[in-house]
Ligand binder design. Structure first.
Ligand SMILES: [Zn+2]
Length: 372
């Protein structure tokens, strides 16, 4: 295992932070997988899963079972981790700007397409190498203005040439679920099976440049752009966001179970030698456009009738909002049937607050699809 430390430019005097990346395998096969934990720094389950992964990957490396390279960043956001406000962890948004740490990564589709166009040929593998080389160059040239931008650049540089990117997160209160680009649903199914995911949510474009989508969509967009001229692998980088249940679902047994599932997937994808275990039956993929964000139409106390993992029928009661001034109770009913896969941990709602998410089957939303 090779350890690298990456210093971030200090936002303030005396506060220099660093990232640690762990590199497993000799890099002989040219294949690379990249995993990172807790880009949203207040999401702790991925950090413990990463610890479990380190032990397993060290063992596999010692056995010679990693031919290519597997890179793991066990704590992806030291900036967010430091945002502790009077006992409350605020690791989702950069307090300096209000921006979500998992938005506005650098999408370089147009400039990469322009730069590689004269250098592409008929060889798919050679084209893949050329796209990665140019992408690496352009990311390295990114002049980060702030500490957070430098963090994003560093993470993207570490991941840009990977065949597989797994961004490990969790939700408020949730069951295991995954997000992926629609073009990559088939590649994601085995992971959903190994992890026992209860929702596999896909969309052609979630918007706002989250980490995994920015890395992955470059490939299917370039494949489309050069279609009929040069072959580009639309799956040049399979990118997935893994939501490891809820933020308090932190236990050694869950972490070990999830690490085992991730290793099985790495094996199934050819990043770890040996025969992968049979893929358990996975949930059916559903469109992200069909996720119903159950929203509070008024302020009040939230009394849930459904929990993550529950199957909800159209018209069923999901929650009630109780107004503490008028005693009025407002029932909230599901607009379509589906799996309730996440809900808020707060039990007081302001008007418009998102309370729960249900993975429906009929797409009805458009525009930017991710929550804030
Ligand atoms: Zn997250």
């Amino acid at each position: 295992m090779l350890t690298q430390h990456h210093l971030l430019p200090a936002a303030h005097a005396g506060t220099q932070r660093q990232l640690r990346s762990l590199h497993f395998g000799p890099g002989r096969s040219g294949r690379k997988a990249y995993l990172q934990a807790s880009l949203h720094a207040d999401e702790v389950p991925p950090m413990l899963v990463a610890q479990s992964l380190i032990q397993r990957l060290q063992r596999l490396e010692a056995e010679g079972a990693i031919e290519g390279r597997i890179v793991l960043v066990p704590l992806a956001n030291p900036v967010g981790l430091s945002q502790d406000l009077q006992g409350s962890a605020l690791g989702r948004f950069d307090l300096a700007t209000g921006l979500n740490f998992n938005r506005q990564f650098k999408h370089l589709g147009t400039s990469v397409a322009r730069a590689v166009a004269p250098r592409l040929g008929d060889d798919l593998q050679a084209n893949t190498r050329e796209v990665r080389r140019v992408l690496g160059e352009q990311l390295a040239a990114w002049q980060a203005q702030t500490e957070t931008e430098a963090l994003k650049r560093q993470l993207q540089c570490l991941a840009h040439d990977a065949d597989l990117v797994l961004d490990l997160h969790c939700d408020n209160q949730a069951v295991m679920h995954l997000y992926v680009g629609s073009a990559q649903v088939d590649a994601a199914r085995p992971l959903a099976g190994y992890l026992g995911a209860q929702a596999l949510l896909h969309t052609p474009l979630a918007g706002d440049e989250p980490f995994d989508e920015t890395l992955a969509r470059l490939w299917w967009e370039l494949a489309e752009h050069f279609a009929g001229r040069h072959p580009i692998d639309p799956l040049g980088c399979v990118g997935l966001t893994v939501e490891l249940r809820g933020e308090t679902d932190v236990s050694q047994s869950l972490a070990d179970q999830d690490a085992q599932g991730l290793i099985a997937y790495l094996q199934q994808q050819g990043h770890v030698a040996g025969e992968a275990p049979p893929v358990p039956t996975a949930c059916e993929p559903t469109p992200l456009e069909a996720v119903e964000p159950v929203t509070a139409p008024c302020p009040g106390i939230v009394v849930f009738a459904k929990a993550p993992g529950d199957w909800v029928l159209k018209g069923e009661l999901v929650a009630e909002i109780v107004d503490p001034l008028t005693d009025e109770r407002t029932p909230l009913h599901a607009r379509s049937s589906g799996r309730c896969f996440a809900r808020s941990a707060r039990r007081y709602a302001s008007r418009g607050m998102r309370l729960a998410k249900i993975a429906g089957h009929e797409a009805y939303r458009s525009g930017k699809l991710l929550s804030l």
